[in-house]
Design a protein around this ligand. Structure first.
Ligand code: TNX
Length: 536
């Protein structure tokens, strides 16, 4: 009845998976997907949706119909089921999955649809790299015999993208969602505003995009690179697309600094009925009146904590973005305000006035780790994102300790291990990437070889909820440039965030990373072919 090739009895080779699963046992007898294979899932169940996702991943390259059908399914089928994964203990069920592949097909089980989605990412990597081809290519489509039990180390595994320094389209971001979710990244942190651009329509404040979206870094404003913005419909579309890839979206409009685009937009907005007629009082920047700066400087702009207009504007931003976003977190920035611009009391006053605007929307405040500094009162459980390269007992780790002392949770993103905008090596293409955190380069070894749970002495997995790779936008103008800096380093970070520390080792990681090269190539994803990886 089946025209599939005979199953082999030889032991399967160890699969080359990233992130490395918690446990992988290799068996004998593999399974080959054929044009007769079905994908089986209960009708109407959340498993059905993920089954459709799997079919959509596998149809282009195989050219097979791979119909999604109701149970029970026969031999040589791929079966997805919810609630049939007794090997997962309670702490492991939110995203865990159990995958069995062998002569009789594939059984994927999980307690949640997210777990199944993680499992189908593993199935993709068990197949030959050609499976990533967008057009039909020859098989065979053989999956080795494996028994995998898998779940993440951290609940938060983030990718941050700055669409403020250079505008990026919704289509670009959706493409990056495809690529990041393939490595089980589950959070997209969108940095939508900074000194050089404000990128999302906010109702009631049309100037924010009419004026604030027109510039970008490095173009002297308005002629060479016109900037751009998203409508709220665009934003909702990206959030929905992310949700379909089991990624939640954390929006960030930085404050009280990094917001010259807001100040330039609203400073003269004297007739806006939502403001009180003298919006000039929002400006606490070094320049008065404020002026554009497109050269990528940081630390020159701030909004004033004494101005009610500041919070009218932030209230509109926070309430509208929160209502459209899926993450429990809202990121209010909080980084890099020099004390010469706002002293610590005024900085803390701003943050303390802004956090209730976030909690009123039912969101948990999140911010760069300065948010934990003296005088601020973040609610317990709010999140500090630690970006400082300092580690161990260095005095520069202070913000991490302040966050712990305030019962905050921590997302680790130390710039020298997690900033995707840093150059790989001092001599990689001269116009892409910055160097401040990585004088001698930050290649995949640097992204892989650190432990978020012991990086700062005294900050442990009791406090750390995850990791994030930050793709700042000063030097990247389009998808291809972003991909070049993101890959393969985000893949290394995905394993830092997923795989138990004790199961990680760089020598074992390198060949598994090398195996991702042809997958990226097949999928048309640009990446830096670092000489550190034995691409083969
Ligand atoms: C620091 S560290 C920034 C960003 C820059 C980035 C460039 C932090 C929270 N902010 O504003 O884009 O460095 O690498």
């Amino acid at each position: 009845m089946s025209s599939s090739p005979p199953a082999s009895a030889a032991p399967s080779a160890a699969p080359q998976l990233v992130p490395e699963p918690v446990s992988t046992a290799v068996g004998t007898g593999d399974f080959t997907i054929t044009r007769h294979t079905h994908i089986v899932a209960k009708p109407g169940s959340a498993a059905r949706v993920v089954a459709e996702d799997l079919a959509a991943y596998l149809r282009p390259a195989t050219g097979y119909p791979l119909p999604v059908v109701s149970g029970p399914g026969g031999d040589r089928d791929i079966r997805l089921a919810l609630g049939d994964a007794p090997e997962l203990t309670p702490g492991q069920t939110a995203e865990g999955y159990v995958l069995d592949a062998g002569r009789d097909g594939v059984n994927l089980a999980a307690d949640t649809a997210h777990g199944l989605f993680n499992g189908i990412q593993t199935i993709r990597q068990l197949l030959p790299a050609r499976i990533e081809s967008p057009t039909t290519v020859p098989g065979p489509w053989t999956i080795p015999s494996v028994h995998i039990v898998d779940y993440p180390r951290y609940a938060y595994r983030g990718f941050m993208l700055d669409i403020a320094r250079h505008f990026q389209t919704p289509e670009t971001v959706m493409r990056l969602i495809d690529e990041a979710s393939a490595y089980k990244i589950n959070t997209l942190h969108l940095h939508v505003s900074d000194d050089q651009g404000f990128r999302i329509v906010i109702n009631g404040f049309p100037n924010l995009t009419d004026i604030g979206s027109q510039g970008s870094v490095g173009t002297d404003g308005r002629t060479m690179d016109p900037g751009g913005f998203w409508t709220q419909q665009d934003y909702r579309g990206v959030v929905a697309y992310a949700a379909a890839h089991f990624m939640s979206v954390v929006p960030e409009v930085d404050s009280p600094g990094h917001n010259n685009a807001i100040i330039m937009s609203e400073y003269d907005d004297t007739t806006n009925p939502l403001l009180n007629g003298h919006p000039q009082d929002i400006n606490c920047s070094v320049h008065n009146p404020p002026q554009w700066n497109f050269i990528g400087d940081v630390g020159f702009s701030a909004m004033c904590p004494e101005s009610e207009n500041s919070f009218t504007i932030y209230h509109a931003i926070i309430s509208q973005l929160s209502a459209m976003s899926t993450s429990p977190y809202y990121h209010l920035g909080g980084d890099e305000v020099p004390s010469t611009v706002l002293d610590q009391d005024r900085y803390a006053a701003f943050i303390n006035a802004e956090m209730p605007l976030v909690t009123a929307q039912g969101k948990i405040p999140m911010g760069w780790a300065e948010l934990a500094g003296p005088g601020t009162n973040p609610p317990a459980g709010s999140v500090a994102e630690y970006w400082n390269p300092a580690s161990g007992t260095s005095p520069d780790t202070a913000t991490a300790h302040e966050a712990v002392a305030k019962n905050m949770k921590i997302v680790m993103a130390p710039a020298n291990h997690a900033y995707l905008d840093q150059k790989y090596a001092p001599d990689t293409p001269p116009d892409l990437g910055l160097t401040w955190a990585c004088n001698s380069g930050c290649d995949v070894d640097q992204f892989y070889n650190w432990d978020p749970g012991s990086y700062v002495t005294g900050v442990t997995d009791q406090n750390v909820i995850g990791v994030e790779g930050a793709m700042w936008g000063e030097t990247v103008r389009n998808l291809s440039e972003v991909q070049y800096l993101v890959f393969p380093r985000l893949i290394a970070l995905s394993e830092v965030g997923w795989t138990p520390q004790a199961a990680r080792d760089y020598d074992g990681f390198l060949p598994r990373l090398a195996a991702q090269g042809p997958r990226l190539t097949m999928a048309g994803t640009n990446f830096y072919p670092t000489p550190k990886v034995p691409w083969g």
